[in-house]
Design a protein. Structure first.
Length: 229
């Protein structure tokens, strides 16, 4: 009997040591800012809704709600994050979305609307949304979609790529779908390219400049897809 008790006690001690070791490592990583390298794109879908007046609620229209549901059903993400500077999102379509998807998956992430980039004032909500897109993917990684982009099939096949983007032949990149790991090299260079921000040019910094100044010289920074995206 004493031998059995001794074996049980030994197993309990080993389990306790393992648990304490895991807790200590987790605490160390948290305090020291250490991270485990992200080896694949996280299955998180991002959307952005910005408005000039952040003191009023935002709403989602039929197209937006349909595209969010398409991402939910066809991608099956762990989370859907709506990045917005609004105090809240309301309306019938938002109620439908939260009731179908559930608050554990679809969540609001409050952000401040960017007003400047590297000291230059941003000229539109669309340019501000572009900055949110790049910075969000650098921080979290995942799949960033325009609110009118309808996902028809799972995008997991691109999760091993550093960054996947739509880039048709002889054209600039598209930003309707950007799939990336956190801190993808292209994203950081893309953000830095905004040091030459052209406020009056609609698609210069979002598409023309990164294509011409970055990807034409280093095309391997992204997984280029001209048909699916």
């Amino acid at each position: 009997m004493s031998k059995i008790r001794g074996k049980v006690l030994l197993k309990l001690v080993i389990c306790a040591v393992l648990i304490i070791t895991v807790l200590l490592i987790s605490k160390y990583l948290s305090e020291e800012g250490g991270t485990i390298e992200q080896t694949s794109v996280p299955n998180i879908v991002h959307f952005v809704i910005l408005q000039d007046n952040s003191d009023i609620d935002s709403t989602i229209n039929f197209i937006g709600a349909t595209c969010i549901l398409a991402a939910y059903f066809n991608q099956n993400p762990e989370k859907i994050l709506i990045h917005t500077n609004s105090i809240n999102i309301t309306g019938n379509y938002w109620t439908i979305l939260t009731s179908i998807i559930g608050p554990k998956i679809i969540q609001i992430n409050s952000v401040k609307k960017p007003t400047h980039v590297f000291g230059s004032p941003l000229s539109s909500l669309y340019h501000a949304s572009d900055i949110i897109r790049i910075k969000t993917l650098i921080q979290f990684g995942g799949i960033f979609l325009d609110l009118d982009t309808f996902v028809v099939q799972k995008l997991d096949g691109f999760f091993d790529k550093d960054c996947t983007i739509g880039w048709p032949k002889d054209q600039s990149i598209g930003t309707q779908i950007v799939i990336a790991k956190p801190n993808a090299n292209f994203l950081k260079l893309w953000l830095q390219s905004y040091r030459d921000y052209r406020a009056s040019m609609w698609y210069y910094n979002a598409g023309e400049a990164p294509t011409k100044n970055i990807l034409s010289k280093q095309p391997d920074l992204v997984h280029r897809h001209s048909d699916l995206i």
